[in-house]
Ligand binder design. Structure first.
Ligand SMILES: Nc1ncnc2c1ncn2[C@@H]1O[C@H](COP(=O)(O)OP(=O)(O)OP(=O)(O)O)[C@@H](O)[C@H]1O
Ligand SMILES: [Mg+2]
Length: 281
């Protein structure tokens, strides 16, 4: 097994209740390890806590309780900033995440400006644009001049330009035309190989998750209910929720039918059924 890159131990996140409602437990005692070089797919219906888990993984959100270690080092408030240099986020919406007033080159160069002089940053940004298939001439254009898929390439160039080790991609293709989703995914997978990246890939599109993930984790209203090699999860789903999820193919914002939900119990023990395939029973 490869080295552990990110280890989340007993992560709980409680959000304060909105409009006088009680606190909401978005993640409940989630423990999960992500290994160097893998793509871990994270699935679960809308509101199950996927984005919350991605934000905790990137140290953008402080959990209510639990521990996080990166490359064997516990993350503390003292080393958090340095560790975060090795992590990046690919956003869902390439339209909203790019400032329209800057050229592609400026947008990709911007995260480097704190650490590098202008000519080094320009060189690195030009290389990152090339790595995602954009030319120096593209670098001079503004976001409005690009298609959705090209904009997501700019977003990916921004994510990789500082040479991170770990990337959270939160629904990175769901805002794109179906015809270009596969291209963006294959770009992400090529970059993973070339740059030894590790991905947490969050998506409601189970066929895409199946296509690119080495392992899959299933979240059910804040509970990690199943985790295993992709083939095991898709061919032999064990938790009743995973089975419902695979049968229902839900989309963003569409919860499973309430009736189904009531029949699902989370389970209290975490059992390794076959090597690497865990289920809550
Ligand atoms: N800042 C916040 N304050 C209060 N509650 C929040 C906050 N962010 C998220 N939540 C709630 O926490 C739960 C988990 O949200 P999260 O965004 O992690 O789900 P998700 O799995 O990413 O959903 P989606 O598939 O719709 O993106 C939801 O019930 C959501 O309403
Ligand atoms: Mg989300």
């Amino acid at each position: 097994m490869a080295n552990e890159l990110l280890k989340l131990a007993n992560i709980t996140v409680q959000y304060p209740g909105r409009h006088g409602k009680p606190e909401l437990v978005a993640l409940d005692d989630v423990s999960l390890t992500i290994y160097e070089g893998e793509t871990l797919g994270l699935v679960g219906e809308s509101g199950s806590g996927k984005t919350t888990l991605g934000q905790v993984a990137l140290s953008l959100l402080q959990p209510t309780s639990g521990e996080i270690a990166f490359a064997g080092q516990p993350i503390t408030k003292h080393n958090r900033r340095t560790v975060m240099d090795d992590m990046q986020l690919i956003f869902q919406d390439p339209y909203e995440s790019l400032n329209p007033k800057h050229t592609a080159l400026e947008l990709v160069r911007e995260p480097l400006r704190r650490s590098f002089d202008l000519s080094t940053a320009t060189e690195m940004a030009t290389q990152a644009l090339a790595a995602v298939g954009l030319t120096p001439a593209d670098g001079e254009k503004y976001p409005v001049a690009f298609s959705g898929g090209q904009r997501q390439r700019i977003g990916i160039a921004r994510a990789i330009v500082g040479q991170p080790k770990f990337i959270v991609a939160d629904e990175p293709i769901s805002a794109l035309d179906v015809s270009i989703q596969a291209q963006v995914l294959s770009l992400m997978m090529a970059l993973r190989e070339q740059r030894a990246l590790t991905y947490l890939f969050i998506s409601h599109d189970l066929s895409k998750v199946q296509a690119i993930s080495d392992r899959v984790a299933v979240l059910y209203f804040g509970h990690l209910v199943e985790l295993g090699p992709t083939a095991a999860i898709f061919e032999n789903p064990l938790h009743p929720y995973t089975r419902e999820l695979l049968a229902a193919i839900p989309s963003i914002g569409k919860p499973l039918i309430a009736q189904q939900r009531q029949t699902i119990t989370v389970g209290t023990s975490w059992v390794e059924v076959t090597p690497g395939h865990f289920v809550r029973q």
